[in-house]
Write a protein that binds this ligand. Structure first.
Ligand code: ZN
Ligand code: ZN
Length: 407
């Protein structure tokens, strides 16, 4: 019977979006001009919380740092979580835009300002068309995404106990390689998991003129670095995604002294947990085996530590991705949702999936004639903001309606 069945809900989303975009652009420019780095999102969170309250949400602040949750209740029905990350990067902006960062050395170069603005846009639309959907929407502002800590901290601070546990969660992210007005996604593995590893190669230091009286950790570290290259090339199935890079190597203080140890910092990227485990086991085996071959005594074996910066692969739910994608295409037109290949980068939205919540994730096209070629994390990143906000707002609102449409 409802006037909102069929395609009517589509107009209830699209018509107001056209009116909202200029207002949302003002909000976007405020976010963009006042960026704050991971963990320091105080003003940003306050601005986002205020905008969600103005849209009709009940907002709780200070969850896992500067995290916040805006709740919009609309009777019995599914609980849908929409998440936007809030942090910026320690980069000096070089776009020359009139609304460029007013804070030297800090920039929204990953589009998190677009994500927050789209979250507010979706809240305003959904509050204005309550007759189209039912249930509860959680609008989550997440801090510290760039250091893959914020999602974990919000969960540890009771995100899923203090608020209704979500049946699913949806996020958008700026996609500089996707044309404005389009959305990219895929089911299954969408971005890589990552591990950071400290490797301390230990030796027995001494005088550079008498290496025979030492066990030189510099030569051993060099051998270890080369031997580690054989993990990808000789041990991992060529069909599996695996990257191992060594980002830092530090040892010694002086020309004429052999140090006691050399510290290396490794970064591993993977899609399948079994491949991560295989890689970590190989790192330990090669580090120890190379040390033994160098005659290192048992008490001076290398120390391998996987540090607390793990991020799981982002695995999206096929049914949810299909349902939300269909809703988005209904609004944006056939062909607006395109399949993208898995990304080598990581995204801590994945942590919510690890906690058992089905996920959908959409890359929002930010490329048009005026946006240039700069990619995410570039000091020149200048997305097509108006079209991206329109697409992001519609994608989030349409996803909620696709999951919680009023019968
Ligand atoms: Zn980023
Ligand atoms: Zn990002």
């Amino acid at each position: 019977m409802s006037a909102q069945s069929g395609t009517a809900w589509k107009e209830r989303i699209l018509d107001p979006t056209e009116r909202e975009v200029p207002l949302l652009l003002d909000l976007y420019r405020e976010f963009h001009a006042s960026p704050e780095v991971s963990g320091a999102e105080e003003e940003t969170a306050a601005r986002l919380a205020g905008a969600l309250e103005a849209a009709g949400c009940t907002v709780t602040r200070g969850i896992g740092g500067h995290g916040l949750v805006g709740v919009l209740e609309n009777g019995e029905g599914p609980v849908v979580m929409l998440r936007a990350d809030m942090d910026a990067l320690p980069i000096t902006e070089e776009t020359g835009l009139s609304y460029a960062s007013r804070r030297p050395g800090v920039m929204h170069a990953c589009g998190h300002d677009l994500h927050m603005t789209s979250l507010v846009g979706a809240a305003r639309l959904l509050a204005a068309c309550r007759e189209c959907w039912r249930g509860t929407v959680l609008f989550v502002g997440q801090p510290a995404e760039e250091v893959v800590a914020g999602a974990k901290r919000m969960i540890a601070d009771g995100l899923f106990e203090r608020f209704p546990r979500p049946d699913c969660a949806v996020a958008v992210h700026a996609g500089p390689d996707i044309g404005a007005g389009r959305v990219g996604t895929r089911s299954g593995i969408l971005s890589a998991g990552g591990e950071s590893i400290d490797l301390v190669v230990r030796g027995i230091g001494g005088h550079a003129a008498h290496p025979d009286r030492t066990r030189d950790p510099i030569v051993l570290a060099a051998e270890t670095v080369l031997a580690l290259q054989t993990i990808r090339s000789r041990e991992i199935d060529p069909n599996d995604f695996f990257v191992l890079s060594i980002g830092a190597i530090h040892g010694g203080t002086k020309h004429n002294a052999i140090p006691d140890e050399v510290a290396l910092k490794l970064n591993l990227r993977y899609h399948r947990p079994a491949v991560r485990d295989q890689g970590l086991a190989a790192i330990r085996r090669i580090a120890e085996g190379t040390a033994m071959a160098a005659g290192m005594p048992p008490g001076r074996m290398p120390v391998v530590t996987v540090i607390d910066e793990s991020v799981p692969p982002l695995v999206t739910d096929a049914a949810l991705t299909g349902k939300c994608g269909a809703g988005i295409e209904e609004c944006l037109g056939a062909g607006a949702v395109v399949e993208i290949p898995p990304l080598a980068g990581s995204e801590d939205f994945a942590v919510f999936g690890d906690a058992g919540i089905p996920l959908a994730y959409f890359r929002i096209g930010t490329k048009d004639e005026g946006s240039g070629d700069a990619y995410l994390h570039s000091s020149h990143f200048a997305p097509a903001a108006g079209p991206a906000i329109r697409t992001g707002t519609v994608a989030l609102a349409a996803s909620v309606i696709a999951c919680a449409r009023r019968p």
